[in-house]
Design a protein around this ligand. Structure first.
Ligand code: SF4
Ligand code: SF4
Ligand code: SF4
Length: 364
């Protein structure tokens, strides 16, 4: 038994492909395998949107249980013996992945998701080099109406991850599965183009999609995952401090795309439209890289050094304070600054200038 955050959790022991593992009661078999880095293909499960049991690619045999079990929905039990290295499991997984590949159009060579696609990885691990069954039905049109996202329904495997994320995680309630049977397709609102729907372009669905069915528009053609460096950092926009992975083409000195960091506070992978897609300012020719000063009211703004600008501001503030008193000066802090910067601004106003006239733009 162990105690985590004041809650007692029982530990259980199970055997997984001959390896013994200790797990916390309440975990699923898939979670235990993932924690240990044991590869189990799964396409519909994502830790943030929870169990699904839809794709049936994560199946395993379990001693004492009839038929194949989906490990993403199977709670661990003490003494459980799980097998994924059997011919039956491998054949079932291969058939399920083969059917998913056969139902869509999977041109991996040209696909933006190549190298970060769970379906491609599963096919590779299972030794599937091409779909076995002929594809039925019409090619469905791309939806490129959104400013930031391209939807390709031909690469959708109906895993519901985007739908569960949009409705349950970011609670924007835009996506649903429309139509029925082999005509099922992810729809926005009442089957509107994404760009005309109530989508707020948070990109959570793009981050959750395990295939190339939802892709960031601006990143198309700018680099494969293995060509990009990933830099973990804090979003530069506001003081929330969302954790992001910035994927960078170092040779071109260019940001290719940004993801939220899954499992990390405060955002657990979620981002707003600015944090995820609004990174063009970093390479904007209009970006200020040096202070601009207007030395008198009639002067135009002109570049200055930081020392010049800071000295000028300090002299002018001191002159106003000495002439009119500290309450002639007010300071408005910025919602984009961190708590630490806003604290420093308050100390500067109160202790440096001597005024309590300090406010924050988020209140207006
Ligand atoms: S979605 Fe995945 S499997 Fe399909 S074409 Fe793209 S990389 Fe290949
Ligand atoms: S971008 Fe956000 S709001 Fe729009 S469909 Fe995706 S998850 Fe929903
Ligand atoms: S668009 Fe992607 S996340 Fe959504 S159901 Fe299709 S494959 Fe799954």
């Amino acid at each position: 038994m162990s105690i985590a955050r004041g809650v007692e959790t029982r530990t259980v022991r199970l055997t997984f492909d001959g390896r013994t593992a200790t797990a916390r009661e309440g975990q699923t078999v898939l979670e235990v395998a993932r924690e240990r880095g044991w590869y189990v293909p799964s396409l519909c499960y994502h830790p943030k949107v929870g169990q699904a049991g839809l794709c049936r690619v994560c199946v395993a045999e379990v001693d004492g249980m009839a038929g194949l079990q989906t490990t993403c929905t199977l709670p661990v039990r003490d003494g459980m013996v799980v097998r994924t290295d059997t011919a039956l499991v491998q054949a079932a997984r291969r058939m399920n992945v083969d059917l998913l590949l056969s139902a869509g159009v999977h041109d991996c060579l040209a696909c933006e998701a190549t190298g970060r696609c769970d379906l491609q990885d599963a096919a590779y691990r299972l030794g599937i080099d091409r779909p076995s069954f002929p594809r039925r039905g019409e090619l469905l049109p791309l939806d490129a109406s959104s400013a930031f996202i391209v939807r390709d329904p031909n690469k959708c495997i109906h895993c519901f991850r985007c739908i569960r994320g949009c409705n349950g995680t970011v609670v924007n309630d835009v996506l649903d599965m429309g139509y029925r049977g082999d005509r099922s397709v992810v729809i926005c609102d009442d089957d509107l183009p994404m760009g005309a729907s109530s989508c707020v372009s948070c990109g959570e669905c793009v981050q959750l999609c395990p295939t190339g069915s939802l892709i960031e528009k601006k990143a198309v053609g700018l680099g494969r995952p293995w060509e990009l460096a990933t830099v973990r950092t804090t979003c530069a926009y506001c003081g929330v401090g969302c954790q992001v992975n910035v994927h960078v083409d170092r040779a071109a000195n260019r940001i290719v795309r940004i993801d939220g960091v899954e499992g990390a506070p405060p955002n657990d992978g979620m981002l707003c439209v600015k944090g995820r897609f609004g990174y063009d300012y970093t390479s904007s020719a209009d970006r200020l890289t040096t202070p601009l000063m207007r030395r008198s009211r009639s002067d135009a703004l002109a570049p200055a050094t930081w020392d010049e600008a800071l000295d000028f501001a300090a002299e002018r503030l001191a002159a106003i304070r000495d002439r009119d008193g500290p309450d002639a000066i007010g300071l408005v802090a910025c919602a984009r600054s961190t708590n630490e910067n806003n604290y420093a601004a308050a100390v500067f106003a109160r202790a440096g200038v001597g005024t309590n006239s300090i406010d924050h733009c988020a209140r207006t």
